[in-house]
Design a protein around this ligand. Structure first.
Ligand SMILES: Cc1cc2nc3c(=O)[nH]c(=O)nc-3n(C[C@H](O)[C@H](O)[C@H](O)COP(=O)(O)OP(=O)(O)OC[C@H]3O[C@@H](n4cnc5c(N)ncnc54)[C@H](O)[C@@H]3O)c2cc1C
Length: 411
């Protein structure tokens, strides 16, 4: 019998970018019943890994490299996912539905998922390319930074956001002399309340970190390598510089293919892009959040939940994405957990005393919890997240009263 050449081949899915969202997407696609071929294209030399420990326990040397990987070595081949590492996707040909790789190969797809993440924003002052200037995004970046982390050395941290402060905390713990330069007037200004900024500033100073707020770095100098940093008109000696000034979405593949991009690949609440055969999830996307505004989130929660929603939509079971965003940060022995997105106009309710190093800040909007920032207060975070999701009204006086258990504040 001659082979039936008319036989329909299996539907193929290609995923570009092998990080947190991609790993989740592979798992969800299989769990949702997709049994066709999946090809995962990643430019890094590693299978998908989690980044949060990179600036925390892993940098401190208290987290083994093997634990970074989201799935074991043989997981991807075991579920029939072809993992192409050290392979950069160069272009998307939408008319023929093919992904062009840098080496010229072309991968046909029926459905495509873009999980390209975000890249670090580069410092562009004079001297920014000197040896000794570090960024923190990948395992390779930590390896480079680790080698420079020697007790007594002076590190200038550019940027008082999460990454900069987590590195500052590790560096202080490891005996380096740390100075943090932050252009704004408070730490983590874009992410947390002024109460939290003040608390964390005091904690860093207690640990011996020098903070320079309202101080942008103007120049980095040295003979072939970092020797000093000029900021706010003053010169500070430094052996290492760590830059943590935010990220920019990796959207160029999508933009060049003509997909809608606005500081992020624009997706709908099913993670679908402006092309009906292409979805996108994670740091590279911009979506309409649960409050109705277009947002770009750079966190594990969004990478995981959006990837799950992309997989559902790609397997024909779309579900509206409207999860409560959550985030965490570890600095010293302080576990900060945040749920929801605060606004400056929210009413603030503080629960617990910051001096006890266990407290939380609730943000109320129209009498309901809109966001919670909890420091060493996991129950406040968990209940707060639930109240946000349910849109429950709370009595601010009861919320502030630590004599009432958090789970008994409502009801
Ligand atoms: C140091 C650090 C600490 C963090 N800490 C926290 C934390 O405490 N809590 C939290 O919620 N979030 C944290 N984050 C953020 C979190 O890690 C990201 O939100 C998450 O990794 C996003 O997942 P993603 O899949 O969108 O992107 P990524 O995990 O970044 O993966 C994207 C991948 O795509 C690859 N890629 C891009 N373009 C191409 C191409 N053309 N071809 C092939 N491959 C390509 C990239 O190289 C990358 O490997 C941290 C991030 C960093 C860097």
């Amino acid at each position: 019998m001659p082979e039936n050449t008319e036989e329909k081949r299996e539907e193929a899915i290609v995923i570009i970018g092998a990080g947190q969202a991609a790993s989740q997407a592979v798992q969800s696609l299989r769990a949702d019943g997709f049994d066709g071929p999946i090809t995962l294209v990643g430019e890094e030399p590693y299978a998908p890994y989690q980044r949060p420990p990179l600036s925390k326990a892993y940098l401190l040397g208290q987290f083994e490299r093997a634990r970074l990987f989201l799935k074991g070595d043989d997981y991807y081949s075991g579920v029939g996912c072809d993992l192409l590492l050290q392979t950069r996707a160069k272009a998307i040909h939408r008319a023929t539905r093919e992904v062009e790789l840098r080496d010229g190969r072309r991968l046909p797809y029926d459905k495509l998922l873009l999980t390209t993440g975000a890249r670090v924003r580069k410092l562009n002052c004079p001297g920014a390319d000197l040896s000794g200037v570090h960024y923190l995004k990948t395992i390779a970046d930590v390896d480079g930074l680790q080698a420079a982390f020697t007790e007594g050395r002076r590190i200038a941290v550019v940027g008082g956001g999460y990454i900069g402060l987590e590195v500052a905390a590790v560096a202080a713990k490891r005996g380096l002399q740390v100075t943090v330069f932050e252009a704004m007037d408070r730490l983590m200004a874009r992410a947390v309340s002024p109460q939290l900024s003040a608390f964390y500033a005091a904690e860093h100073e207690k640990a011996g970190v020098t903070l320079r707020l309202k101080t942008g770095v103007e120049e980095i100098g040295g003979h072939g390598k970092v020797e000093w940093v000029r900021a706010g008109g003053l010169t500070y000696e430094a052996d290492i510089v760590l830059v943590g000034i935010g990220v920019v979405p990796c959207e160029e593949l999508a933009r060049e293919a003509g997909l809608a991009c606005e500081d992020g690949i624009v997706v709908d609440r099913n993670a679908r892009t402006s092309d009906p055969y292409i979805w996108s999830a994670g740091d590279c996307t911009r979506h309409v959040g649960r409050e109705g505004h277009a947002i770009r989130l750079e966190c594990v929660q969004n990478a995981i939940d959006q990837a799950k929603h992309a997989a559902l939509a790609m397997t024909g079971k779309p579900k509206t994405y409207s999860e409560v965003p959550w985030f965490w940060s570890d600095q010293y022995d302080l576990k900060l957990q945040i749920a929801g997105l605060a606004r400056p106009t929210d009413t603030i309710v503080q629960r617990g005393d910051p001096a006890s190093r266990k407290f939380s800040v609730f943000h109320l909007r129209d009498g309901k919890v809109a966001a919670v920032e909890a420091v060493n207060a996991a129950p406040d975070y968990l209940i707060g997240k639930k109240l946000i999701a349910e849109g429950t009204a709370v009595d601010p006086a009861r919320l502030a009263d630590t004599a009432i258990k958090i789970k008994e504040v409502v009801g």
